[in-house]
Design a protein around this ligand. Structure first.
Ligand SMILES: [Zn+2]
Length: 154
């Protein structure tokens, strides 16, 4: 079973089941298995016959789900994955001849001069480009990315 936890909404997901918190009490819940510091509870969730207490280590920041039975006997400690998983926003990278030839020429022409475009293609084909043109083209990579959401790395 996979335990995932939405820190913003204090909601636990066990596989595809969404389990909202029924309590947001902050209590000391034992010690971190990672660094032995104190774990504090963030939220309490009822999962059928078990109780899951989401805890965070006050020192190393590790998250756990501590599982208890209905009599509050400790059952298990499970690592939780935090949601949402941050996805770094990055544009597609153009760093090869194959990539470059798939960029519509009109897009290139909108930003680069003829000489600069030639330099880009020379560079992509591992031919020696006219340095000055390549240099000038590179100064416009940022602009090109801003307009077309394509990142040149040539
Ligand atoms: Zn810790």
């Amino acid at each position: 079973m996979e335990y995932r936890y939405d820190l913003n909404e204090k909601t636990l997901y066990i596989d595809e089941n969404r389990i909202p918190a029924h309590s947001l009490e902050n209590n000391e819940i034992g010690n971190c298995t990672n660094c032995d510091s104190i774990l504090m509870s963030l939220s309490y969730h009822a999962t059928g016959e078990y109780m899951a207490v989401i805890t965070r280590c006050t020192s190393c920041g590790a998250f756990y789900a501590n599982i208890y039975d209905s009599d509050w006997n400790w059952v298990d400690e499970i690592q939780v994955m935090l949601l949402p998983i941050p996805i770094p926003i990055s544009n597609p990278v153009i760093d090869s001849w194959e990539d470059l030839k798939n960029v519509p020429i009109k897009k290139l022409e909108a930003v680069f001069s003829k000489g600069e475009i030639e330099a880009l293609f020379d560079r992509a084909k591992d031919r020696t480009p006219v340095r000055q043109y390549l240099y000038r083209a590179r100064k416009k990579y940022e602009l090109f990315e801003e307009i077309f959401d394509l990142r040149l790395e040539l």
